[in-house]
Design a protein around this ligand. Structure first.
Ligand SMILES: Cc1cc2nc3c(=O)[nH]c(=O)nc-3n(C[C@H](O)[C@H](O)[C@H](O)COP(=O)(O)OP(=O)(O)OC[C@H]3O[C@@H](n4cnc5c(N)ncnc54)[C@H](O)[C@@H]3O)c2cc1C
Length: 532
């Protein structure tokens, strides 16, 4: 029987959000690229990002101020070299996007010069969020996506799930290295081999591990799980950011209400109209997200309410429509007029601060394997991500990794072993997958959510151990599907999150536990690092 053709390219990019698209474009003039996305090309969290991208653009702002704000938010766990690297690159990366044609909203800087409109978000001491109205991610994703489609050196594989990385173990003088990936074509059901000189994980985060999330379905932690299975360390996975304000509506599927609304004077209120944020933080509604999310969680539990309310109706309708057109229209479609009334909101899982440990070039523990964007733990966010620093991180690490890749000269691996499907059959019990999927996400929400205890974490650990055994058995016996792959990855990442949370015996940044409600002042802040 003829051997199936194996795809090969200089660089294999897994994921087509801001990180994957920008890296592909930066390298495509000199390297052949295979770009795979498990959904359509325009997919992932990037498409949904509303608020914008943090960058030092205004003359009244400074690199030092942006660094200080990021370090303050990170609660002692940011890597200051990485923070400096990212902030110093911020303006260059924005100008790269502008040169590519991203239509940012124009405005005036504080010295009266024409430039771009900058908003302010929680934790930022200056207006420094450049944006395209309230659909920044869509503007970035569609602009870069169109250019990727037109580039003759980029081959795009949509509806293709990377399911595992292919590595070669270390031998004399040769380190443990990555050679490619097994990839499921969702339409044919065939698992193919993609080999490359360098492999880049740009698969986004894992917030789908929680029942309520602002993230699209793609955020199932695939890259974190694949990297872990391939031998990469993970760090700081206990720091899960919950966005304070998602629209509370049974059909809205956690539609996110941008933080910029609070930046422009939006007020949080209880059902009786009283404001409450001042009781929790002197910065009120502009306190960092974790404080706002915990305050809302606290008030909802205290009053037994299903939600709280966000009110920007004191602003003129023209202002609301100009600044928040997407949110305005979307809320209207659900029967809430932002210009006339307050809207019901609840917190939801939003961002995975931890991930695969990388260096300043995006390189992981496995040679030839990079991780950029939300999948990575670069040291930028520490214990808490500051708003709008994440798209910036995608852009900066796409740049750094592409420069590093350009300097490396690795050989193209020869043909790799095919995926072995000989022993498996089609599943006759899909219900197992959907049941486990629901169960996992519910206990993660209930036991590993905004407020944690050791007992609840232990309970979650017992559950996830059981689920993993069941999933592994299922995985070994049946043909893989996208749902099964995602479930397996979610369970893996859930286990890593719980183990990380159990190891942190203090409250810091986004990790809050009733058993240790204060930060540990007896020793320096430490990262939680797990080694496979
Ligand atoms: C509603 C919302 C609003 C946000 N607003 C902002 C904001 O204003 N500013 C900001 O800085 N950040 C914001 N964020 C966070 C930010 O959008 C994300 O951190 C960022 O977009 C992540 O980009 P990424 O390229 O790492 O991953 P993503 O954009 O999530 O892309 C991941 C890609 O990987 C693909 N993929 C995943 N697994 C596989 C696999 N196994 N095989 C093949 N492909 C795979 C997906 O299909 C997708 O193409 C927001 C997030 C959300 C959800």
């Amino acid at each position: 029987m003829p051997r199936p053709v194996q795809q090969h390219s200089d660089v294999l990019v897994i994921g087509s959000g801001a990180a994957g698209l920008s890296l592909a474009l930066r390298l495509a003039d000199t390297h052949s690229i295979s770009l795979i996305s498990k959904g359509p090309l325009l997919d992932g969290c990037t498409l949904w990002a509303q608020g914008g991208i943090a960058a030092v653009l205004d003359p009244a702002d400074s690199v030092c101020a942006h660094i200080k704000d990021t370090l303050d938010a990170g609660a002692g766990l940011c890597n200051s070299d990485v923070v400096r690297h990212v902030v110093e690159q911020s303006a260059a990366c924005i100008h790269w996007l502008i040169a590519r044609g991203v239509p940012f909203t124009s405005g005036q800087y504080s010295d009266g010069r024409d430039g771009y409109h900058l908003t302010r978000e929680g934790g930022h001491s200056h207006r420094r969020i450049i944006h395209a109205a309230d659909a920044t991610g869509q503007a970035v994703e569609t602009t870069l996506g169109e250019q990727v489609r037109r580039h003759s050196n980029i081959r795009i594989f949509e509806r293709h799930n990377a399911l595992d990385l292919i590595t070669a173990h270390a031998s004399d003088n040769v380190p443990h290295r990555c050679l490619g990936a097994y990839v499921l074509d969702r339409d044919s059901g065939h698992v193919g081999v993609f080999r490359a000189r360098q492999i880049v994980l740009a698969t986004g985060g894992a917030s789908k591990v929680y029942l309520y999330t602002s993230n699209p379905d793609s955020a199932s932690g695939d890259g974190i799980a694949m990297g872990w299975r391939a031998g990469c360390r993970v760090a700081d996975l206990e720091f899960n950011q919950f966005h304070p304000t998602c629209l509370y509506h049974p059909k809205a599927k956690s539609f996110l209400i941008t933080e910029a609304i609070r930046g422009e004077g939006g007020q949080l209120r209880l059902a009786d109209g009283h404001r409450f944020m001042d009781r929790f933080d002197p910065r009120g509604e502009l306190a960092p997200r974790d404080i706002v999310a915990r305050a809302i969680d606290h008030e909802m539990k205290r009053t037994g309410a299903d939600c709280v309310y966000l009110d920007i109706s004191h602003k003129p309708i023209s202002f609301i429509k100009a600044h928040f057109p997407t949110v305005y229209e979307r809320c209207l479609a659900f029967g809430h007029d932002l210009s006339r009334e307050s809207i019901p909101v609840v917190p939801a899982a939003h961002y995975t601060c931890g991930g695969l440990v990388t260096n300043i070039h995006g390189g992981t523990d496995v040679e030839g394997l990079y991780a950029i964007g939300e999948v990575a733990s670069t040291g930028l966010h520490g214990a808490n991500r500051m708003a709008s620093n994440s798209l910036l991180e995608c852009l900066v690490f796409a740049k750094s990794a592409s420069e590093h890749i350009r300097d490396q000269h690795r050989p193209l691996p020869g043909p790799l072993p095919e995926w072995d499907e000989s022993r498996v059959t089609d599943s006759d019990e899909e219900v197992v997958v959907s049941h486990n999927w629901d169960e996992l996400r519910r206990f993660m929400w209930d036991y590993v959510g905004i407020v944690r205890t050791t007992k609840r974490l232990q309970r979650a650990k017992n559950r996830v151990d059981l689920l993993q055994r069941e999933i592994q058995e299922y995985y070994g016996n049946f043909r893989v599907t996208s749902d099964l792959l995602e479930l397996r990855n979610l369970a893996q990442v859930a286990e890593l999150i719980i183990r990380s949370a159990l190891l942190r015996r203090e409250s810091r940044g986004l990790h809050y536990t009733l058993d240790y409600p204060e930060a540990d002042a007896t020793s320096a802040a430490l990262h939680t690092v797990l080694t496979p």
